[in-house]
Design a protein around this ligand. Structure first.
Ligand SMILES: [Zn+2]
Length: 258
């Protein structure tokens, strides 16, 4: 059994990106990716509820050329009314880690819970089941998020540093697992990613679980897509693919969760 695992995710799956998501899944299947987590946004940038967009819903329900686990990814995927000030970490994350999309970065428990419950409803109406996993946009989260997730019945989430299983009272059990993702927001970031992503893959070659996260805009750039293909091909030769449920398995089994 291969001790080194690979988890692949596609972020920002919403009607706006339907054509890109279709291209992404085709590419993943052609590379031999057999399982991936797709992150669905209930109302991406206020452009309309995903469950009301018929072609999108039809595609979500399948069939698909690979095994897909669906997770909830924010609600609007945009941060509004960002508080002035906030902690130093918040200010840093807001300035450097996202282009205004850290929706859950400063949301306190009550507001986060309301938005999560709405998200669960939209998710259920598309997939016929509640999401088990949540990914805050740009992986940015407020310390109240675990409690809000527990209240909304969602049992795990993830951040830059790894995956976290949430206990009934909001307790956290972390599995540290680095993530590689390509940036395309600016020319400098796009070019930089072509060098940084392979370097990170080399740096993290021995890590037990490596996450690779793709975004719809990656597929607008042939150089980014070529970089993704090369990196994934190499990872698939040396790592065993795992679904999210399989990646979380060691945490779910952990007896110490509180
Ligand atoms: Zn996202």
């Amino acid at each position: 059994m291969n001790e080194r695992k690979l988890h692949v995710a596609l972020h920002d799956v919403a009607p706006k990106h339907l054509a890109r998501a279709k291209r992404a899944e085709k590419l993943l299947a052609s590379l031999g990716v057999e399982k991936a987590t797709f992150l669905a946004v209930p109302d991406f940038h206020h452009e309309g509820r995903s469950d009301l967009a018929e072609p999108f819903v039809e595609w979500c329900r399948g069939p698909h050329p690979l095994e897909i686990e669906w997770a909830l990814h924010g609600y609007f995927h945009v941060e509004e009314n960002a508080p002035a000030g906030g902690s130093a970490r918040e200010r840093f994350d807001r300035a450097w880690m996202t282009g205004g999309e850290g929706e859950f970065l400063a949301l306190p428990a009550a507001e986060a819970e309301t938005r999560l419950r709405e998200g669960v409803r939209v998710h259920e109406s598309i997939f016929g089941a509640a999401p088990a996993h949540f990914v805050p946009p740009a992986w940015l989260w407020h310390e109240d998020l675990p409690r809000a997730l527990a209240a909304a019945g969602i049992r795990s989430f993830e951040a830059h540093k790894g995956l976290c299983v949430v206990g009934p009272d909001g307790g956290q059990e972390w599995l540290l697992a680095p993530v590689i993702s390509w940036a395309t927001r600016t020319l400098a970031r796009r070019i930089g990613s072509l060098y940084v992503c392979p370097a990170l893959a080399f740096l993290w070659r021995e890590t037990r679980l490596l996450r690779v996260a793709l975004h719809p805009f990656d597929f607008d750039w042939s150089s980014t897509q070529a970089s993704i293909e090369k990196l994934l091909k190499a990872q698939l030769e040396t790592r065993e693919q795992v679904s999210l449920a399989e990646a979380l398995d060691p945490l779910v089994r952990a007896p110490s969760r509180s």
